[in-house]
Design a protein around this ligand. Structure first.
Ligand SMILES: NC(=O)C1=CN([C@@H]2O[C@H](COP(=O)(O)OP(=O)(O)OC[C@H]3O[C@@H](n4cnc5c(N)ncnc54)[C@H](O)[C@@H]3O)[C@@H](O)[C@H]2O)C=CC1
Ligand SMILES: O=C(O)[C@@H]1CCC=N1
Length: 273
């Protein structure tokens, strides 16, 4: 468990859907007091922790110290015009938007004290994300430290030196859970095809992945070595690994998967910045 931190006195969320909502849940669990949070979003009535969702910044409420941008990248242009007045010289803007560059955010919110990009994943809600962050060199060290502290409440956190690395980091750590969910689904369907009842196949596939991931995380051996430890010569596992390893089928598939996601993130940087 990370140390308990001093949360900002006030945090606003512009958009609080799947991802920003999961971050907020994680922070509430980590001790962020609800009364420091303001959520603005057009659709729902309440957000995580039953916090009321507002349509506009509530009249008379002091502007937030930190403002988390949680809308889709496609919405940024539309949202920026009315969000700009909420951003003052003492506001830190945290963006979770895929692709959208620091420079573009700076151009939209020139008054901000600092702009920080972070790329979380959905496991923030259980404190198990692996997230990355980017701020240009020479950025305010205190803000960087506060960002680290905030993000470490949600799992592991790594700063990237180069913003362009955010593309590959987003593909691996941001999108990665979706790839793994597909993998679990495929394992489950494979077991079904071999006669295991669907619900049991799903539960077994999930439990196996959870156990294997924890074991790999705790092990002194790297995953490649662990795979070989499971496989007896001429045995069951080797027969399966031969399929995955034939012409490096799985390695190639995942390389292509990550390349496609990385390239899309770079494209989005052009489209939405
Ligand atoms: N879903 C994920 O696993 C991850 C998503 N992200 C980023 O998080 C951002 C949000 O993605 P999701 O949470 O998946 O989408 P989402 O659709 O669940 O959330 C977007 C939220 O923005 C709200 N919204 C729409 N128009 C708005 C407006 N004009 N003003 C205020 N709020 C508005 C929506 O009502 C919704 O609650 C994206 O920029 C995405 O790149 C980053 C990492 C992982
Ligand atoms: O799919 C997306 O664009 C976002 C970024 C990473 C996860 N979801």
């Amino acid at each position: 468990m990370p140390d308990r931190i001093e949360f900002p006195k006030s945090i606003g969320f512009i958009g609080c859907g799947n991802m920003a909502g999961a971050m907020l849940s994680g922070w509430l669990d980590a001790g962020l007091p609800k009364d420091r949070v303001t959520i603005i979003s057009p659709n729902s009535k309440t957000g995580p922790g039953d916090i009321a969702v507002e349509r506009n910044w509530p009249e008379g409420r002091p502007l937030p110290e930190w403002l988390v941008l949680g809308v889709k990248p496609q919405k940024l242009a539309e949202v920026a015009d009315w969000v700009r007045p909420l951003v003052r010289p003492d506001t830190v803007v945290m963006s979770i938007l895929a692709g959208v560059t620091h420079g573009s955010l700076k151009a939209r919110f020139p008054e901000a004290k600092a702009i920080v990009r972070v790329m979380p994943n959905m496991a923030v809600s259980i404190g198990k994300s692996v997230s990355t962050g980017y701020m240009p060199q020479g950025s305010d060290a205190d803000i960087q430290a506060q960002t680290t502290a905030l993000m470490e409440q949600l799992g592991q956190f790594y700063w990237l030196d180069s913003e362009s690395d955010m593309h590959a980091a987003t593909a691996l750590a941001g999108s990665g859970p979706a790839f793994l969910f597909r993998f679990i689904d495929a394992l489950s369907k494979g077991a079904e095809a071999n006669g295991i009842a669907p619900e049991q196949a799903r539960q077994m596939a999930l439990a196996m992945v959870e156990g294997a991931a924890q074991l790999a995380a705790m092990s002194e051996f790297d995953p490649g070595t662990l795979a070989d430890k499971v496989a007896s010569p001429g045995g069951v596992t080797r027969a399966g690994l031969n399929v995955l390893d034939q012409d490096e089928a799985l390695a190639q598939l995942l390389t292509e998967t990550l390349r496609a996601a990385t390239e899309r993130d770079a494209e989005m940087a052009q489209e939405f910045s």
